[in-house]
Write a protein that binds this ligand. Sequence first.
Ligand code: BTN
Length: 260
Amino acid sequence: MKDERAAFEAAISSAMTQSGSCVTRFILLDETMSTQDAARIMCGGESGLLVVALRQTHGRGRLGREWADTSHLGLAATFVLPGSFAPDALSIACGLAAARACDAFNTKPEHVIGVRWPNDVVVTSQGVRERKMSGVLIERSNDLYFAGVGINVRQQESDFPSELREKAVSLAMLGSKASRAEVGELLARELSTALATDADRLSKQWQRRDVLVNTRRAFMFDGRRVEGVVRSIDPSGSIALETSEGSISLPAIFTSMIHE
Ligand code: BTN
């Protein structure tokens, strides 16, 4: 644990030397309930703080879900960012940064690291339905964004709760030996790069990794379930679906995906 602490301090210090880094201060906690809450309390109302917990006991996900990783195996990080970012661009930037950080440690071409709207990082491996490697939760308070990123790094399948075993995957399960500190450093670097990239370019990068197009999916929109083949997805615009009743377009911001 002492070694891991030193490795994290060195790795994030190195990321902070990147020109235009979004991280100017770093706090590493041994344990906390949620890095989202810790960051809110510790940031002093200023952006630039990165909070990482070596163990997170009550991580939360989007739509009131929990983020299950209490075992010192995953990366739990919250970046405190200026409230001036456009929310959809920020969401895309966080998802892409996490995907690129994961991809850098994927040495096997048979595993493809993709993004699943709105900002999950998923792995597809030769015909197997995608499994989730990383999730992003963006919260806003007092003119700041709290961008929380969870990445499965060292877990084996048995470390996940039984209901997640067919849905979750980690870098270690793909054969990577990456440490949480190495993944954290790259995530901080990739996020700084993505936040400085213009929206059009980010959108194109997103589309290259998107796993939803041409697959049949179900969504919730306006209190009802809508199912169809995804024809296109613009995370800052609309989701085009081919349903049994014809083509429709759902506004991405008011739509959520049903995970089946
Ligand atoms: C999701 O997939 O629904 C989002 C998961 C986000 C999890 C991260 S882990 C670090 C930060 N702290 C939290 O409590 N949640 C986010």
